[in-house]
Ligand binder design. Structure first.
Ligand SMILES: [Zn+2]
Length: 427
């Protein structure tokens, strides 16, 4: 027994067992021809499709390949053919079964299509190449994005925490050149290399750390993100696409039902327009991480990047910021406003956001201001999956994978697949 090649044995046994199970499942499904419902069937184009024959197709299942025979209908009017059973199983147009679809979604929401392909081979013994992986994931992502737009049933029914936080932020996603035509950007020549992915997150912070300061509750955070328009509400008749997304996430979390609501965002004007229009009674907090970043930039512009003087100056300004000594902060900035463009811009930034920078008061109210929850939310959603230098996304492709990633990281994948199976069977 000690000479047993354990790995070879376990893999061999798994494959044999799976093969037997796959044949049994095939037999069971193929013995049932109830998917033939007569010589004619309505086609999705509105006309009538005609039964042709039973057709076999191999699907990749968690047990390996399955050869399934399905009733095939063809519509002469639109020229398209379909198998009703594929629709019932949620496999129409897909080369994989729902079990494998979930694996593909789970892997591709975390890592590249290439790595996902390797993972499915290593973990499940399934051969799906990177290109197929991408096609399958994009179809799934499309479904999930549509589901997100319609499914705003509250996520939790229980008692809400007394305070709920909603954060808005954005981050550049590298996209293909054709996605950037006519867009101004941050490159030296005025062009762009990225499109902004916009993120809304909701969380609670009833937990306290050792010093009694509020920290984010574990598992309380949910995400929704896409590259989409966030035009300001006052110029638009209906809310922008992104405002709609914010509203849906708020509905799923019953955000407006909480006793106290807080919106945390950076200085971008559209964020506050969205906040004001959708949540007029929410306390507005300028994300302190962003404010500190601005002060670092000003310090570097005045004293030279990374110089000890810059660091010292920035440290003092951040203390003033934390202590809500905003007049002192403004005086220090104004002292450089004539000679430093960045300092002048920052004066406007602070003056425009004074009521959102009452950090001492916010702390006294027991509000969570210090941790970089919104920023790390951006990292969780965008950085590791979307920002590799070699990646060049299409906007549509990125949005589909974003839909899967946000759903997974929000703990909603299970619900989605359950809903999907029920809808397919009911259709
Ligand atoms: Zn048709």
């Amino acid at each position: 027994m000690d000479k047993l090649d354990f790995e070879a044995a376990e893999i061999h046994i798994r494959n044999s067992v799976f093969q037997i199970a796959a044949r049994a499942l095939e037999l069971r499904i193929n013995a049932d021809s109830s998917d033939f419902t007569g010589p004619r069937r309505p086609c999705s184009c509105g006309q009538t499709a005609r039964y042709v024959d039973r057709r076999e197709k191999t699907f990749t299942s968690v047990l390996g390949g399955l050869k399934l025979q399905r009733a095939y209908y063809h519509c002469e009017f639109c020229g398209k053919g379909f198998c009703p059973r594929d629709r019932t199983f949620g496999m129409d147009g897909n080369p994989v079964t729902p079990g494998v679809l979930r694996m593909v979604g789970s892997a591709t929401s975390e890592v590249s299509f290439e790595i996902s392909s390797g993972l499915l081979w290593d973990l499940a013994g399934l051969r799906i190449d990177a290109k197929q992986m991408e096609r399958i994931a994009e179809r799934l992502g499309q479904e999930m994005a549509e589901d997100e737009r319609h499914e705003t049933t509250p996520f939790e029914n229980g008692e809400l925490p007394p305070t709920l936080y909603l954060g808005i932020d954005g981050s550049g996603i590298p996209v293909r050149p054709e996605e950037l035509t006519g867009r101004a950007g941050k490159q030296a020549d005025g062009t762009a290399k990225t499109r902004e992915g916009k993120l809304v997150i909701v969380w609670s912070a009833e937990s306290r750390d050792k010093e009694g300061l509020p920290v984010r509750d574990p598992d309380s955070i949910t995400y929704s993100a896409a590259i989409e328009s966030a035009a300001t509400l006052d110029t638009d008749e209906c809310p922008s696409e992104f405002a709609g997304r914010v509203q849906r996430e708020a509905a799923r979390r019953r955000f407006t039902e909480a006793q106290r609501t807080v919106v945390v965002a950076d200085g971008a004007k559209y964020n506050w327009n969205v906040a004001f229009e959708l949540f007029p009674r929410a306390i507005q907090i300028l994300d302190i991480c962003h404010a500190k970043e601005h002060l670092n930039e000003v310090a570097n512009a005045i004293y030279g990047k990374g110089s000890p003087e810059a660091e010292q100056w920035a440290t003092l300004r951040k203390e003033e910021l934390e202590d809500q000594r905003l007049e002192e902060l403004l005086a220090a900035l104004n002292a450089h406003a004539d000679t430093c463009k960045e300092a002048k811009t920052c004066v406007g930034y602070v003056e425009g956001n004074l009521h959102r920078m009452r950090y001492r008061e916010f702390r006294a109210m027991g509000l969570c201001i210090t941790s970089n929850i919104v920023e790390s939310g951006c990292k969780v959603i965008f950085t590791s999956r979307f920002k590799h230098s070699a990646m060049h996304w299409s906007v549509a492709g990125a949005n589909k994978i974003l839909a899967i990633r946000c759903s997974k990281r929000s703990g909603r994948l299970e619900d989605f697949f359950e809903r999907r199976a029920q809808q397919k069977m009911a259709a």
